[in-house]
Design a protein around this ligand. Sequence first.
Ligand SMILES: Cc1cc2nc3c(=O)[nH]c(=O)nc-3n(C[C@H](O)[C@H](O)[C@H](O)COP(=O)(O)O)c2cc1C
Length: 164
Amino acid sequence: MYSVIYNSRTGFTKKYAEQFAKLSGVDCHSIDDDFPTGDVVFFGWRKGPMISGIKSVASNRIIAVCVVGLQRYDESTIDTMKKKNKLDCPLFYRMGGVDRDALPISKKIILDIFAWFFQKKDKCKDTEAMVQIIRYGGSMYSEDQLNGLIEYVRSKQSDDSFLT
Ligand SMILES: Cc1cc2nc3c(=O)[nH]c(=O)nc-3n(C[C@H](O)[C@H](O)[C@H](O)COP(=O)(O)O)c2cc1C
């Protein structure tokens, strides 16, 4: 059996982690709590190519990772994230959001610079939606986005029990 461990600053990653744990019937813990030993499905928010909080768990315990960010999914970024975070397990990517009231001013400034930079570089619809969410707050959370991860972990668990 595995447990879910998450790191969340403003709640979006926590919501995905708790929902995933509920649907999978496993325990869910923040990295700030005492968490059990054994296999882990880790949820962390994206900060550039880094996955926040992932260093709190030994990488050989992590069977899958779910990263929550604002930029749209792209394969090459996922590869870079795996390398930078020294992961060789599958990495799933989900869309989060911005709760400006829960962020300190310093982080809001970082996000505003990030939005300004992307708006100049890329004029597509996805970028415009991300910029609006950064400026005014908003959510791209959707429970459906957990389906692939749920299927992957279920199939891995049934393979493992078949082998033991
Ligand atoms: C300082 C900072 C840097 C961030 N950098 C990125 C980034 O590089 N790419 C991205 O897609 N999202 C980035 N985000 C957005 C977060 O990943 C997103 O808001 C996420 O939903 C936060 O999850 P949480 O509510 O669990 O804290 C950044 C957020 C903050 C506060």
